[in-house]
Design a protein around this ligand. Sequence first.
Ligand SMILES: [Zn+2]
Length: 431
Amino acid sequence: MIKAIIHADLFDYVDFRQDYYILFDTQILEVGPMKDFAGADEVFDAKGYVMTPGLVNGHSHIYSTFARGWNTPCNAKNFTEFLEQMWWKLDRVLDQEAVYYSGLLSALECLENGVTTVVDHHASGQYIKGSLATLKKSVCDEIGLRGVFCFETSDRFDLQTCIEENMAFAKGSKTSTAAGVFGMHANMTLSNRSLETIKEQIGDMPIHIHVGESKDDGEYTQKVSGQTVVERLDHFGLINKNAILSHCIYLTEKDKDLLKEKSIYIAVNPTSNMNNGVGLPDVKGLMNRGIKCLIGSDGLGSHFARDIQNLLYTMHLKYQDAQAFGLADIASIIGHNYEYASTLLGCKLGRLQKGYEADFIALPYNPPTPMDSNNVLGHFFYGMLENFKPDYVWCKGEERVAQGKVKRDTSTIYKEARQVAAKVWEKTNQR
Ligand SMILES: [Zn+2]
């Protein structure tokens, strides 16, 4: 069946076209001005909407879904203690049921916030083998998103099981719906021996790892290797093409120069960084070196528009300069999110053009000032992102959200998820 969206204003961070149509099945078949529209089997009138590609979240932790409302004593004096008293207490008790339901819930909320692809960094201590397939089942098969998944290999868990889980999933899942990379938690949870073992087994596979999120990561690395966080990973041959290094707040100038030579991505997570009080990355310094940055949520909520806005605001604050980081930088980073996901999933995401996947959203937007291709980015950032609730969301050509709500009865899922979350919280108290 050929579907069409008509009378749409199209904005894909590169082009802005008014009163256009999109012809699509699972992919975009044709895009053109309304005067050329010749009909379709099913038509959606998008008058009053701006159509944009569905967003890609470049670094998430779906397992953190059940942290919402969780009361647990925390008296952390540094970031490592914060991980120990919060996140590690949670992730180590997650079992298959918890992984599955966190995936369902997170994916539902992603869709309603216009996110159609998620790059996830997963951990579940009670359930390592098979966990990525379970996550893919809930996020992709049940709810209909695309995903790039990996497991946070670390010395906290059985190393070999983590390695095998990453390898098995990546090998078995190479579609435009789901792919796998090699997940590692961080320098500070991996010994030299572990890094050596990982390298022996993964070869040139792209990794996804936290780097320099806090000072602790650098201090540990210095102690065990006499190197910086980037030098140590490079020493073990782990900074392969298409790697994601997440956060990169505490990097030396030498680290940044070293990364310039690598075809990697740095995922920045400004909202999470503010929440954790860990500092902010030198995004402009990285971009000036030609290093590609992604934007992620780090698993903090699903309202991804807020992360995009916070990136600009935090950079202005960091550099104490409102000109230091601009809307063009934002558009470039969003473009890198699409590029990374397209590369890993082997499909074309992020443009409203023929040959791209039919992942797009309809945002109700009534511009209060003139809007054209010269200022649409300003309307997007200061207007659409302000109230980023798409009325309609399509992923793989399937309408998944209508009138702002996922098109299925979610009441049972939410009810069951609350029961699973209560069990998870109970388990965190028992240990
Ligand atoms: Zn993270």
